[in-house]
Design a binder for this molecule. Structure first.
Ligand code: SF4
Length: 151
């Protein structure tokens, strides 16, 4: 299971397949990470340094975090894509197609001047999360998305 959690500044990625429940997150930032709550991660209850340091201490790699650099990523299921915005300007997208076996990610792209900020990963993760929430399969022909799915 892939999930994204965000506050104004940071996005946290969680891959449940990698988590081996060492609970270092729970002790590092108990208000943020509470396995008895749904959703179990709440990014509004601790400051960014505490969250960042806690995520960095996850021994399995199940948790990862990035600064958002003011870029918002949203789903646009009507257009079968996730979209990255700098203010009102579209600066990246991840396109998928619906097939009989699920969703297939066919393209991920970010404007060159925005590369190196983790935006492509956020775009792909957003689509994966949406597919999982919709209980449909997810595959990719886009080479970058294939890499994220195999991570
Ligand atoms: S620290 Fe990482 S491996 Fe341990 S419970 Fe938290 S997410 Fe899972």
């Amino acid at each position: 299971m892939h999930r994204l959690y965000e506050n104004n500044d940071i996005v946290v990625f969680w891959d449940s397949d990698k988590c081996y429940h060492a609970k270092r997150c729970v002790t590092g930032s108990p208000k943020t990470f509470d396995i008895n709550r749904r959703p179990w991660i709440d990014m509004s209850l601790a400051d960014n340094p505490e969250i960042w340091q806690t995520v960095s201490s996850c021994p399995s790699g199940a948790l990862k975090c990035l600064y958002k650099h003011g870029i918002e990523v949203r789903m646009d299921e009507g257009s079968q894509r996730s979209v990255a915005y700098d203010g009102e300007v579209e600066i990246g997208e991840c396109d998928y197609q619906r097939t009989d076996s699920g969703w297939v990610i066919v393209h991920t792209g970010v404007r060159p001047e925005y590369e190196g900020k983790g935006i492509a990963k956020r775009l792909v993760y957003k689509v994966i999360e949406a597919a999982e929430r919709a209980h449909v399969g997810i595959e990719a022909t886009c080479s970058y998305a294939v890499k994220v799915l195999k991570e």
